[in-house]
Design a protein around this ligand. Structure first.
Ligand code: HEC
Length: 143
């Protein structure tokens, strides 16, 4: 029993030391032109989707068919989002082509039938992706 515990502690310490070595020796390439490996990308995608799902669960979606809201939203989108998320007839910009992960073309995708999740993303942004937290400068009704 004692030996097992010691072995577990040693294995834990070795894992921590290996992880520290990976970080210290700069093994991870943080360059945006070097994509994540498939397993890392899959893990990050699942963590992102679950995080957004859990946090946007209780958001009450207003009536989004009001013409005034759509008009105002289109104006905001045009001035703040087009450079990354494009617009009808626009195939790419320097920003949209250079970011990793690439910003999705929202003029084609829309909000994918999940307006509450889209609202959460727009308000809070997504760490380390280039997607800003617009809630720092815009009140909820504008988002
Ligand atoms: C500087 C670039 C940039 C700007 C400006 C920007 N975004 Fe984003 N946005 C991103 C990136 C990159 C992602 C993808 C993040 C990811 O893959 O996790 C993203 C993701 C999103 C998503 C989630 C889309 C999906 O299907 O997963 C929404 C919705 C969104 N942005 C809305 C907006 C809106 C609305 C604006 C303007 C108010 C905006 N963004 C401005 C870079 C940007």
């Amino acid at each position: 029993m004692k030996i097992t515990l010691k072995a577990l502690i040693a294995a834990g310490l070795a894992t921590v030391a290996a992880a520290a070595g990976v970080v210290y020796f700069g093994v991870i390439n943080v360059g945006a032109d070097d994509p994540h490996s498939a397993p890392v990308y899959a893990l990050l995608s699942i963590a992102r989707d679950r995080s957004i799902e859990v946090r946007s669960r209780d958001i009450q979606v207003p009536d989004l068919s009001q013409e005034a809201l759509i008009r105002e939203g289109a104006g905001n989108y045009n001035s703040m989002c087009v450079g990354c998320h494009l617009a009808p007839g626009l195939t790419g910009t320097e920003l949209s082509n250079s970011l990793y992960p690439a910003p999705p073309n929202l003029s084609k995708l829309g909000v994918d039938g999940h307006p509450a999740a889209a609202f959460w993303i727009i308000k809070h942004g997504i760490k380390s992706t280039g997607m800003p937290a617009w809630g720092k400068s815009m009140a909820d009704p504008y988002i």
